[in-house]
Design a protein around this ligand. Structure first.
Ligand code: MYR
Length: 279
């Protein structure tokens, strides 16, 4: 049984790592002014944050189904099955697009996996799945393992300005609650696939402190992967990583970023921390 791993661009897995683990990537799209870009292919995160300084606010779109069909047909020449691992189906139609395309393609079985999150935490699932493929496991064996990992994984994040999330319709809360949050820096997370406020916190510094408390409680001295994710705040993220590494010797930290698609909805300056237990 030959199993391929597919994920979408919002996992922001660096190209060399995708090559190392043989992970296939399908890009989401950013529309900036009159230009349409496939993120991570023809628009890097750095270029995106530069462009939005002068352009009107961008919008995003899931990959066209045809792109999935094209990729799965290509994979059908070499593989028997695919695990297609995507950002939360509560915030994008990408996962559903993969499932629909899978139904259209013959000669390969497509198993969708909804990570119920996004960014490098989604990447953790894709990398873990790819490692399991390298150990000779099939989709039927891998998917229950990914489901178990969900129990150990979480992400919290904060934005400088909630209006991007609100404008893009990706903040799931009553308008009155959103209104009361606009003056603070709420800590956000995913609940049942949707982005919801976790706690109202006044400053970014306090929000970061609270995330560290949540990390401490969740990991409880066990071995975990954790990732600091930033929207064009490389230095700040690096400093935070160095501090966290001092305090949590059992956690393997990495740095990642909110690329163009997720950056469109969160805005520059956002910061997050996600984790998953090591197997
Ligand atoms: C689309 O157009 O289909 C893509 C929509 C993406 C919405 C992104 C909303 C923010 C997600 C934040 C993820 C934070 C993970 C740590």
């Amino acid at each position: 049984m030959k199993t391929a791993i597919v994920t979408d661009s919002t996992a922001y897995i660096p190209q060399e790592m995708r090559e190392k683990y043989d992970i296939h990537m399908i890009p989401l799209t950013v529309i900036l002014g009159t230009e349409v870009y496939e993120e991570e292919r023809d628009l890097t995160a750095a270029d995106f944050y530069e462009e939005i300084k002068t352009k009107e606010l961008p919008t995003t779109s899931q990959p066209p189904i045809g792109k999935f069909v094209e990729l799965f047909e290509q994979l059908a020449e070499t593989y028997d099955e695919v695990i297609s691992i995507h950002l939360s189906s509560g915030i994008s139609g990408t996962y559903q697009g993969a499932i629909s395309a899978g139904d259209m393609v013959e000669g390969i079985e497509v198993f969708g996996f909804d990570t119920e999150v996004s960014c490098m935490v989604q990447g953790f699932y894709a990398i873990e799945a790819a490692k399991l493929v390298q150990q000779g496991k099939s989709a039927a064996e891998i998917i229950p393992i990914l489901d178990e990992l969900k129990e150990t994984s979480h992400a919290y994040f904060m934005v400088d300005d909630l209006s991007n999330l609100q404008r893009g319709g990706r903040l799931s809360s009553a308008q009155a609650i959103i209104g009361s949050l606009l003056q603070v820096k709420p800590l956000l997370h995913f609940e049942d696939k949707l982005i919801v406020p976790f706690e109202k916190i006044r400053t970014k510094k306090r929000a970061m402190k609270r995330i560290v408390e949540l990390l401490r409680e969740a990991t409880n001295g066990d071995s975990y992967y954790a990732v600091i994710i930033h929207a064009n705040r490389q230095e700040e993220a690096k400093e935070w990583k160095a501090e966290l590494e001092q305090e949590f010797p059992n956690i393997e930290f990495s740095l990642s970023y909110f690329g163009a698609v997720i950056g469109t909805h969160l805005g520059e300056g956002s910061m997050g921390l996600g984790w998953m237990k090591k197997r």
